[in-house]
Each structure stands twice: as C-alpha cells, then as structure tokens.
Ligand binder design. Structure first.
Ligand code: SF4
Length: 332
C-alpha cells in the first residue's frame, strides 16, 4: 500500500474542496469496503483519502419515501435501505438488489453512493502483475484471451470486457433514478443511465463524474410500476457471490397486458445495462412465457461472448424469462 494523507471532511463543501485540491489523486471514502480492498492490492494508490462519513449526519444520510418518489442519501448504508419497510413495500427491486449483494457485514458498512461506484472484480485488474487497460491505460487487456468466464458479453470493447459487478445499480437504472452530485463546478443532476461510461478505448474512465465530484443523493421517481418490481440474481453459490446474470424488472400491468415495463441486466455487461430491446418486445403485449422468451432473445441479440463466458447468454435469457414471470405473479 502506498503512503497517503487522510482528511476528515467537515461538510459537503469541505469534502469537495479537499478532494479537488488533489484532483484525480484524491479518493472519497465512506464504508471503505471497496476502496481499502483495492488500496491493499495497490490497484488504487490515492495521495489523499477524504473521509465523508460526517455527511451521514445531515440530509445525505436520510431515506425519505413520499408520493413523489424515493430519496436516498448517498451515505445511507446498504443494510439500512434493504431493511426499510417502505422500500420493501413500494420499491421491492431496490430492497432485493441490496439484500442479494455482498455479505451482511459489508452491507452494514458500505454506503449507497460507494456501492454504485464500485470497481470491477476482473482478476487481471486486481492482480497488478498482469497487463490491464483499465488499471494501466494502453497496457493491453489480459482477459480477452485469458480466463474470461466472469466477463461481460454486452457493452464490451476491444480494450476491455470487464463486468460491472454491482446489483443495486441495475435496480436504479431500471427505475430511471437520478443521481445528485456536488463538485468543484457546482451541483448537478445526472440520469442514472448516463452515469457510467462504456469502456470504448478509455476503460479507465468509468463514469461521467469529474475529479472531486461527489454523489450526494439518489432519487427514484414514483410510478405505477415500482410496486410490481423484482430483482433476480443467478450466481455460482447462493450467498456472498457476484452475479453470473441478474435481472431487475418493473411492470405496470392491465390484467395480463403490459402497459409499461422496465428491464435491466447485471453480471453480463460492462455497465449497468438497460435493455430497451427487451422492453420494446414486451410493452403493450400479453405477458406469457413465449413473449418473455422473445424479449430475452432481443436482449442478447448483440451479445459478444468470448471463449469461457458463452454460457452467460443462455443463463441471462433464462433469468429474463424467470424474472418477468415472477414479477407478473407478484401479489401487490
Ligand atoms: Fe483490465 Fe478490463 Fe481487460 Fe479486465 S477486462 S484485464 S479490467 S482491461
């Protein structure tokens, strides 16, 4: 681990100023469950850690559920949100995505803001002796011809095929969440679907956030689809494991007919992945197993599997069918 400075921020403005002073070499830290892990591995080598836990004492640590929607402070811990009774009732896809992520101990510590910015667990990114474009731009991608069982089949590029490993983000992109930030150039709001960047030829740039820009809260608009929402996660073991494939779905039904649908995929893509192709197949039609299978085909029509991750295509399709039928069968 490199030597670094530690600064305990007093408030939001102080945190942003402290980070901006060190530009890209500063790192915000809250729960530290991902940052400290990668610092120990020398993957992250910040000059300065800016501790933002003090922000949990103000509005950035609050959960509010109103008729307008759900407001989540970025310093809310994953476990707090997963156990919140209004979220479980009105936004079950959010509660489920959090419940199925990591371990209870990690969820007790990890903040929501940190969770959505978590780094990939690509083994070549974690192990610094291997070439990796994301860790060391221009060095190459060891996963392309390496052990790529865990890697993405959607949104990949010749420079990087790393999977985005989060779960909560799939629920947020499905529900059209908005992220609020504070930064050196002021405050702004970013639609969740625009937060993460496809790897392209600059996989080291993972989001549209500027250096020193801090996520302060997340808002999820209310709608007729949020109660009939569901997160399905397929993984190699049933606890404390990343997704082989996952699906966040929200349905607004008129009997068996789908008035509206939101569908996002995890474990198979380089970023939180909203499938407009699957939604277009489903919207306005009677939802049954046949339609769900057709939507699954559409979702993976552009998939580009590598040597060891071909199984993710049928696994992802099966997950879509199951998630849609389970969401349809929900009693709300
Ligand atoms: Fe690095 Fe991405 Fe290749 Fe993994 S897939 S080795 S993170 S460039």
């Amino acid at each position: 681990m490199n030597r670094f400075g530690y600064y305990k921020a007093r408030d939001t403005g102080d945190a942003v100023a402290a980070a901006a002073a060190h530009a890209a070499r500063a790192q915000f830290i809250a729960g530290g469950t991902n940052v400290v892990d990668y610092m120990k591995l020398d993957v992250l080598q910040p000059d300065r850690l800016v501790d933002i836990n003090v922000l949990a004492k103000d509005v950035h640590g609050r959960i509010d559920v109103t008729s307008e929607g759900l407001h989540l402070g970025a310093l809310v811990r994953m476990a707090e949100a997963q156990d919140h009774p209004d979220i479980k009732r009105d936004y079950p896809v959010i509660a489920e995505s959090l419940m199925l992520a990591a371990s209870q101990q990690i969820r007790n510590m990890a903040s929501l803001g940190g969770n959505i910015l978590q780094k990939t667990r690509c083994q070549y990114f974690r192990e610094t002796s291997w070439p990796c474009n994301k860790r060391q731009p221009g060095s190459g991608c060891s996963a392309l011809e390496g052990i790529n069982r865990e890697h993405a089949v959607l949104g990949t590029s010749p420079a990087c095929i790393a999977t985005y490993h989060g779960d909560f983000a799939q629920a947020l992109i499905a529900l059209d969440a908005i992220v609020s930030t504070a930064g050196p150039n002021g405050n702004r709001q970013i639609p969740f679907g625009q937060l993460h960047r496809l790897p392209g030829d600059t996989p080291e740039v993972e989001t549209v956030l500027e250096p020193g820009e801090l996520i302060t809260s997340i808002d999820v608009p209310a709608g007729p689809h949020t109660r009939r929402s569901h997160y399905l996660k397929i993984r190699d073991r049933q606890s404390y494991q990343f997704a082989v494939a996952s699906v966040a779905v929200a349905l607004d039904l008129d009997g068996d007919r789908v008035r509206d649908v939101r569908l996002a995929l995890g474990g198979v893509a380089t970023v939180p992945w909203r499938s407009g192709e699957a939604e277009a197949v489903i919207r306005g039609n009677i939802l049954d197993e046949r339609l769900a299978a057709k939507a699954a085909e559409a979702a993976f029509a552009g998939a580009e599997p590598r040597q060891y991750n071909k199984f993710k295509v049928p696994a992802g399709k099966a997950a879509i069918v199951r998630a849609l039928l389970e969401a349809k069968a929900m009693r709300i």
